[in-house]
Write a protein that binds this ligand. Structure first.
Ligand code: FE
Length: 348
């Protein structure tokens, strides 16, 4: 068992070094990024960075296990920066002990304190609200609360992705943080009974399901609506998106749950200086504007406004409970999902 793991870790290092072009990982004028974010989402910012600084960027993308890779590669890791979504993965970089502290005035000026690790080991870049997508045809109300999703009036009408997905876990953790575990359990069981089907697919698939009449409301992140409404490659997504509206849950009271994407500098960054330049750049007005306009995310830099399309959905009132407090309940949230067998779908 142990030798198998050691072997696979060294194979990984080799394959990553190759994907960065052999020894190029340590060459001057480069920065190596391990990214949980799909390359097409970050390429426009990286291209602009390269234009302005001449520093080349290399990306290794994976949807899982990047933090574990960086840890396994240790001092030989070519990774300078990890880009990721979700507070859980940012916090995990500290637990895996590969995140370097970075005390940087530019980044501190650009990103508000509540979106940075108190020990400066991770920094938020963008925000995304976990909202309700609602059928324009079949849902007349223009406001909603997360609590209301448990109301029997939604029986057979709610769609969502897996309860164990990071996005759902973040939301459930916020319910536990606000209401306590017992109430959160009741809530989650009731939401489960209101589901139209077993949790399945990604956030975009829920919009499709509303369009197809399988359900009337769904949970999803804000930016997918922007991405779908402007999708030239798959114009059917625009059709799905046009059939739904966005309701910001709890807008009138504690606010909507907002998670973040963010970045981590690695302890053994071979191109540390370039990495810091890139990190500063990603928090700048310019890069934050690109995140807003191209990705439809909420810029965390307060000087930069959300895109016109995103603003047209209404004003986001974010939950003011610090994300780091919410993240403390992620493990419990995951246990709850299993406890109520959320991913089995409704029992009747
Ligand atoms: Fe996403």
């Amino acid at each position: 068992m142990f030798s198998t793991r050691t072997l696979s870790a060294s194979c990984l290092t080799l394959s990553l070094a190759l994907s960065f072009g052999g020894t190029a990982a340590k060459a001057d004028g480069e920065v190596n990024i391990y990214s949980y974010r799909q390359p097409y989402l970050i390429q426009p910012m990286l291209d602009r960075f390269t234009q302005e600084t001449g520093i080349k960027t290399n990306i290794v993308y994976a949807s899982k296990g990047l933090g574990e890779r960086i840890r396994a590669e240790g001092a030989n890791s070519p990774a300078d920066i990890m880009l990721t979504v979700d507070i859980g993965r940012l916090e995990r970089s500290k637990q895996l002990d590969f995140a370097a502290p970075l005390d940087n005035e530019t980044i501190k000026d650009n990103i508000p304190e509540n979106f940075r690790d108190p020990d400066n080991r991770w920094f938020g870049l963008t925000g995304r609200a976990r909202v309700v997508y609602a059928s324009r045809e079949r849902v007349s109300q223009d406001n909603i609360t997360y609590a209301e999703l448990a109301d029997p009036k939604w029986k057979g009408r709610i769609c969502t992705r897996s309860g164990q997905h990071d996005y759902t876990i973040g939301l459930i953790a916020s319910i536990i943080a606000h209401e306590g575990r017992e109430k959160a359990t009741e809530w989650l069981s009731a939401v489960k009974e209101n589901l139209a089907r077993k949790p399945t697919g990604n956030d975009r698939a829920q919009v499709q399901a509303i369009y197809a009449g399988e359900c009337d409301i769904a949970l999803g992140n804000t930016y997918y609506m922007g991405k779908m409404l402007t999708n030239d490659k798959e114009p059917e997504q625009e059709t799905w998106a046009r059939s739904v509206k966005i309701l910001f849950p709890n807008a009138e009271e504690r606010g909507s749950h907002v998670n973040i994407s963010g970045m981590v500098l690695t302890k053994h960054a071979p191109n540390r200086e370039n990495a810091v330049k890139l990190m500063e750049f990603l928090t700048s007005d310019e890069a934050q504007g690109l995140y807003a306009e191209i990705n439809f995310e909420y810029p965390l830099n307060p000087h930069v406004q959300p895109s016109e399309l995103v603003s047209s959905w209404g004003k986001l009132h974010p939950d003011s409970l610090p994300l780091i407090e919410i993240a403390k309940h992620r493990q419990e949230a995951s246990e709850l999902v299993d406890e109520v067998a959320f991913d089995d779908g409704p029992s009747t």
